[in-house]
Design a binder for this molecule. Structure first.
Ligand SMILES: [Zn+2]
Length: 451
């Protein structure tokens, strides 16, 4: 698990590097991998053009994933709901521990003893804070990211490989959080009353910068990226890219099989570094029709400027989050500050208070965050099918994603927990599109085999 600041940054970063199908709580590190494959059976009888019923076709697709495979992906995904709550409660408990045992105050005193510069006291405190919280949360991290992934047959890594990626992730987080928190605390000292406005602006600028350098400096630490190899698939993708005004050289492949078998692709970067990348798993496990469908979706993110739109929405959310921290901090420290030896809002020893408040805020805002991303993802799905014209390819790819995503949730479940449309809704969107295009020469009514 990751503490709140990490989690909040991770939410935005993962949005900015939109992954077709990774669950939110599994993002940040490398994605794990399903070893149990779901075989997508050809549809026995999709009805003839005259009576093509999108709902019936959707149900027929959903019915091809059944039994143990369906039960396991439901259990995996539903367990994730509880883990979000467990993560939040754990983060609050860790914060409480640091405050009530005055560990946080001691870390601040250590920093004050090292330097009289209030600017430099912040990074000295933050480094200690990150080491201590990473150690305290390590058991839960191992359970969530290693033990549980293996229990569901989703990971390809042995413990040492996982630990290597974990260590790399920690180092990256350390650099990011030390710099960003040092700058934010400078704003707090400069303007204690309205720091949260500056905090919001600093966060947005920082996230923009981070997402710009991420594909160039961070992603290669975990995976090897290379231009897509030549062949008919590449030719088709480049043609699709050209027709959508996307620079053709911006299609990359990376060795996600190092960590997992998950099929996915993503759009990452910002402005000049924006690029579309797909996993080697997508190439190896999917038919050309499915690959085109997935890439159409990713091109949708690119063309519709979803990075900028997502950043705008999450930027607004950060303003509200910091305003909430500003209010909650004064209230809590007013009551307990003496017990904790924590002072005004510019005291770094109060960081656990801020972390606990941000955790509560983003937990409550879960449906808002998911609705922002789910809306964007829906737009990309629709753009994708309009450009790739592969409704059945997208449907069968969606079924493959069901290895780790519940296919058919209740509407309330989808509203609260889904950062992408559910499998049912995605396939229904595709079948509805297909029903509207049955007279087009390139659209077959079916039956359609996944190849
Ligand atoms: Zn997407």
């Amino acid at each position: 698990m990751r503490l709140a600041f990490n989690a909040a940054f991770a939410v935005v970063l993962s949005l900015l590097s939109c992954v077709v199908a990774a669950p939110a709580w599994a993002q940040g590190g490398p994605s794990p991998a399903p070893t149990a494959t779901i075989s997508v059976q050809p549809l026995a009888a999709v009805t003839a053009p005259a009576s093509f019923d999108p709902l019936k076709a959707t149900n027929a697709y959903l019915a091809t994933v059944k039994g143990e495979a369906r039960a396991r992906s439901d259990a995996y995904f539903e367990g994730g709901y509880w883990l979000q709550l467990v993560d939040a409660l754990y983060a609050i408990a860790v914060s409480a521990l640091l405050l009530w045992f005055r560990i946080s105050a001691r870390m601040r005193n250590f920093a004050v003893a090292r330097t009289r510069s209030r600017f430099l006291q912040v990074p000295i405190y933050v480094v200690q804070f990150l080491i201590v919280t990473t150690i305290l949360t390590f058991p839960l991290t191992v359970y969530e990211e290693f033990i549980r992934e293996h229990a569901y047959g989703l990971s390809n890594q042995n413990f040492m490989q996982w630990l290597g990626d974990f260590g790399t992730g920690f180092a990256v987080n350390l650099v990011i959080l030390v710099i960003s928190l040092t700058v934010i605390y400078t704003a707090v000292r400069a303007n204690p009353r309205f720091w949260w406005v500056w905090g919001g602006i600093i966060t947005v600028v920082f996230l923009m910068f981070l997402s710009m350098i991420e594909p160039v400096f961070v992603a290669p630490l975990f995976n090897h990226y290379y231009p897509l190899k030549d062949g008919p698939v590449k030719a088709e993708i480049l043609s699709l890219a050209r027709s959508n005004g996307i620079p053709a050289t911006d299609v990359y492949e990376f060795d996600a099989s190092r960590q997992s078998k998950r099929i996915s692709a993503n759009v990452s970067g910002f402005l000049s570094t924006t690029r579309i990348s797909m996993t080697d798993n997508l190439i190896n496990r999917c038919s050309p029709r499915e690959i085109e469908a997935v890439l159409g979706h990713e091109m949708g993110h690119y063309v519709l400027d979803h990075n900028a739109i997502g950043l705008t929405w999450f930027g607004l959310l950060f303003f509200v989050a910091f305003a909430f921290v500003n209010w909650g901090y004064r209230w809590l420290v007013g009551i307990f500050g003496g017990n904790w030896d924590v002072r005004a809002i510019d005291d770094p020893a109060g960081l656990p208070v801020a972390v606990a408040l941000i955790t509560v805020f983003f937990l409550i805002a879960t449906p808002i965050q998911n609705t922002i991303t789910r809306t964007i993802e829906t737009q990309a799905d629709i753009f994708g099918v309009n450009t790739a014209r592969q409704p059945d390819g997208f449907a069968t790819a969606t079924l493959k994603l069901s290895e780790y995503r519940k296919l058919d949730p209740t509407p309330l479940e989808e509203f609260v927990f889904y950062d992408h449309p559910s499998g049912r809704n995605r396939i229904y969107m595709m079948m509805r599109w297909k029903a509207e295009h049955l007279n087009d020469p390139d659209i077959k009514a079916g039956p359609v085999s996944p190849q």
